[in-house]
Design a protein around this ligand. Structure first.
Ligand code: 4AD
Ligand code: MG
Length: 569
């Protein structure tokens, strides 16, 4: 415990350290002295991966590190450094004393293929063991080549197996999909297409795979792969999507943690409808089992009140923001809407920051910094996967993303957006009228065709937005201080607002919308006791993954998609 305490104290002492992205100098905004990579690496490993110090030391050696800070002009900066990391990897291990001299032996006995392909030089002529699944096999009579992939990266490692190997007959008859462990010497490959190959001394077969394996080596449509959602992570595309998704999640935590936000785990079961749209899934016991008022088992609500799966963690985030200032939630949200589109899921993940003492401009600034940070992060850390998406999913993707992060996002009012749409000369399916919500076709026209860049649309008509959004004073509440971030190919990526912090105005809004004030009593309390201006937003995490990877359908960027009529896996 004492050790843990020290480690936590150490973590917090290094919390504000930062490295500048452009000149790669390590600096601290709140400390007078500089901190080095080691401090930062330790912090991240500690906060986000493991708490046990022994594990921590092991993780730090390969943990890549992002970091942000607020520059003089008040904007967040993306501060990551590959050069620094390379230096670190080549240098003796940060925690060599703790890990001990077993390091190489340990690593090479269970090394990931990604590590071999990235740092193979230090392993050449050494014995390594890889484990994974056979992607292909070429039998050349006296020898055979296997390509083994372990999901740690897109590429597989070529394995050279000589016919003198004891298990050769079994190995050469392996089919795609079989799982193996291969030990042998890593050498430079003389063949084209790969830098290293493994000369097998021993091949252990974990599980064979017959010709009925649904993922034979050929291109499969995404529709087909959705029907075998349990196997699709073994394909190049889904492996790459999940690695990028994971990195986006990691970068999300890094961004908010580095900027002083506190991660709040908002509840999944809730009694309040945050969006007031009535698109909630009901929580019931099966068979009906609950407690009645006398505390005995009865047939009434399990929680005493009707409960639902949350549509958003915002209301909880607001309560915590009104105590801890800047907070964020990152968890699943559920919506029972029959939207069978390429952008809607019934269960999706949402990132929801909430900032006390912030207005709409600060809200947009934070959203822009966050989106840019995570894009930069994956462009740098997931290069191989991103090049794959560029080549096979959406040509020109990476240069477009680079372009988005280099220029400021556009900001226009809803009224200006309506004018642009009216003047567009396009015949939209849905009418363009002030007071009506923007449809996806309008959002995409603005972001994709008109600006060809992410665009914030703000100050929407009050009538089309949720009850909690703050009425604008300048037009007596005709509009609310809301914003949506629209991005090319996707449309709405983020929805957010300043919150109505004035008790009477909020009560009036609930009344006008026919919502029962008593259901929101605790939310109203936040306005009764020490109310402060605050603002926040929600980013649809799957839409972010789509935006970054170029994937067309939202069902292909989440492991097991839930949508109307489908929850098989
Ligand atoms: O605009 P929305 O409905 O905003 C909220 O839920 C706010 N309470 C957030 C906040 O201010 N804290 O949803 C936010 C984002 C949308 O912009 C969209 O990207 C995503 O969540 N989203 C969905 N993603 C996938 N499937 C669905 N059915 C989605 N509904 C919303
Ligand atoms: Mg919205």
């Amino acid at each position: 415990m004492a050790l843990c305490g020290c480690v936590v104290a150490y973590a917090f002492s290094t919390f504000r350290c930062c490295k500048n992205f452009q000149n790669r100098i390590v600096y601290s905004s709140s400390f007078s002295h500089c901190w080095n990579k080691t401090h930062l690496t330790r912090l991240h490993s500690l906060l986000l991966f493991k708490s046990a110090t022994w594990h921590w030391c092991r993780v730090t050696r390969h943990c890549s590190l992002p970091c942000t800070n607020v520059s003089n002009n008040g904007k967040f900066k993306c501060c990551t450094s590959t050069e620094e990391e390379l230096k670190l990897q080549q240098a003796p291990a940060v925690c060599k004393e703790e890990v001990g001299s077993d390091r190489d032996k340990e690593d090479l006995a269970k090394v990931r293929i990604k590590t071999i392909l990235e740092q193979g030089e230090r392993m050449v002529d050494k014995n390594v063991t890889i484990r994974g699944w056979v992607r292909s096999i070429r039998d050349q009579k006296k020898f055979a080549f296997l390509v083994v992939n372990d999901g740690s990266c897109l590429s597989g490692l070529q394995v050279f197996v000589e016919s003198t190997l004891q298990s050769y007959e079994k190995v050469k008859s392996l089919l795609t999909g079989s799982s193996v462990s291969v030990s042998g010497k890593l050498v430079h490959s003389i063949g084209r297409g790969q830098q290293y190959e493994l000369q097998a001394d021993d091949v252990h077969i974990y599980g064979t795979c017959d010709a009925s394996y649904p993922l034979q080596k050929k291109r499969h449509s995404f529709e087909y792969l959705r029907r075998i959602a349990h196997l699709r992570p073994r394909t190049n595309t889904f492996g790459a999507v999940m690695r990028v998704r994971s990195m986006l999640a990691f970068a999300t935590h890094c961004f908010f943690q580095e900027n002083g936000f506190v991660y709040i785990h908002s509840p999944i079961i809730t009694a309040s409808d945050c969006e007031g749209a009535g698109e909630m899934f009901r929580v019931l016991t099966e068979p009906a089992k609950s407690l009645n008022n006398s505390g005995k088992e009865g047939t009434r609500e399990f929680f005493g009140v009707p409960t639902f799966l949350t549509v958003s963690g915002q209301l909880s985030a607001e309560a915590y923001s009104c105590a801890l200032r800047d907070v964020y939630t990152f968890g699943p949200a559920f919506r029972a809407e029959y939207s069978n589109t390429t952008r809607h899921l019934s269960e999706f993940w949402m990132v929801e920051p909430e900032m006390a003492f912030a207005d709409l401009q600060a809200d947009m600034t934070n959203a822009e910094s966050y989106v840019k940070f995570v894009i930069r992060y994956v462009l740098e850390k997931c290069k191989e996967d991103m090049d794959f998406f560029d080549r096979f999913i959406e040509n020109g993707l990476t240069s477009r993303l680079h372009n988005y992060v280099e220029k400021p996002f556009i900001r226009i009012s809803y009224t200006e957006a309506i004018e642009i749409l009216k003047k567009s000369g396009k015949s939209f399916q849905f009418p363009v009228n002030w007071g009506e919500d923007l449809a996806t076709e309008h959002e995409r026209y603005l972001a994709e065709e008109y600006f060809d860049h992410p665009v914030f649309v703000f100050n929407y008509p009050a009538g089309i937005k949720a009850f909690y959004m703050r009425n604008n004073d300048h037009d007596s509440g005709k509009t609310v201080a809301a914003m949506d971030l629209l991005v090319p190919r996707i449309g709405e990526l983020i929805g957010g607002s300043e919150r109505e912090e004035r008790l009477e105005v909020l009560e009036q809004k609930l009344h006008e919308l026919g919502l029962e004030a008593e259901n929101y009593w605790w939310y109203l309390d936040l306005r009764r006791f020490g109310s402060v201006p605050h603002a926040g937003y929600g980013l649809g995490f799957e839409r972010l993954v789509q935006f970054v990877t170029g994937m067309e359908n939202i069902r292909d960027v989440i492991p097991f998609p839930r949508f109307p009529g489908s929850a098989e896996f």
